[in-house]
Design a protein around this ligand. Sequence first.
Ligand code: SAM
Length: 304
Amino acid sequence: MTATSGSIRPPRTLDDVKGWFPVLDQVLFDWFLDRQESSGLRGDLLEVGVYMGKSAIFSGRHLREGERYTVCDLFEGDAPDDANRAESVKSYSALTRRVFEENYLAFHDELPRVLHGPSSVVPSEVEPDSCRFVHVDGSHLYEHVEADITAARDALLPGGVVVLDDFRSEHTPGVSIAVWEAVLNRGLRPICLSTQKLYGTWEDPGPVQEELLAMVRARTDCHLSVQEAAGHRIVRLKSNGMKAPSFPPSRHHLAEPEAAPAPAEPRAATPASPVRGRYARRIAKDLLPPVVTRALRNARGTAR
Ligand SMILES: C[S@@+](CC[C@H](N)C(=O)[O-])C[C@H]1O[C@@H](n2cnc3c(N)ncnc32)[C@H](O)[C@@H]1O
C-alpha cells in the first residue's frame, strides 16, 4: 500500500500528513471515541505504530482533561529482529521521530508520551486497565501482532475498544492470522470491520453493535453487511463516497503560499465586469505575495 499525501513542507491540513488513515476509519474513530466521552468513560489512549502521525494527530483531538496519550514507534531505531528490520526499511525508510513530532505539534500544543522503540516495551510502560482506546498499527509480523494484541487486552479498561489495522490486507497475512486467532481462541469479539481495520472488545459487543448499526443505517454513504461466523456477529462497513470528518487546520495553514500563480496577461478584447474585477482583486490580495500585489496595484495606478 502506498502512503497517501505527503510533502516536506509543514502540513496545513491533516490531508497533508503522509500516512494510512482512510476516511471510513476517521468517521469510526470519531464515533467510538465520542461515544465513550458522552457516556462518561475516561481513560488513556494508546497507539502502536504512528508513522508520520496521521491517525495519532486525529485521535489526539479526543484527549480529555486528566487523560494520557502514549504512542510507540521504532522510528529510525533498531528493529528487534531481521524480519522487522526488513519491513521497516522497505516501507518506512523516510520516517524519523522528528518528522512525527513536528507534524503532531503542527496540530496540537503538546506531544503525546513517545515510546521510541519496539512495541514489546508497551506492557512495562502502560498500566494495565488504563486505556479506553488502543490502536494497533505497528509491525505486520505475526509474533509482534500477537504480542501487541495481548498488550492491548491488558491495557484496556472495561468499555475500552481495540482497533487492529491491516487485518486483511494482501501483504499482511501475519496480521490476519494473529487477529483471527485472537477472535477464535483468545476472547476477542469483533464489533465491526472496516475495509482496513477490525474494531473489537473483550466484552459483549452486542450493545455497541446495536448503536453502531443504528448510526450506519441512518447514513446513505456507508455500505453495511451483517454476517454470522463461528458464533460472532460480523458487521462489515464500507465507504460509499464518505466525506472525511472536519478536522481543524494546522497552525501553518495561514502561511504564505510557496509558489504564487503568475498574474494573467490583461485581455484587451473583453473588459472584465466590475464584480469579476473586484472578486479577482480580492482573491489576488489573499493569495499573492505582498510584493506582487503591490506591483499590480502600481501598474493599475499608472494605467489609469
Ligand atoms: C503502517 S505504519 C503506521 C501508520 C500510521 N498509524 C498512520 O496513521 O499513517 C506502521 C508503523 O509501525 C512502526 N513499527 C514497525 N514495527 C514496529 C515495532 N516492532 N514496534 C513499534 N513500531 C513498529 C513503523 O515504524 C511504522 O511507523
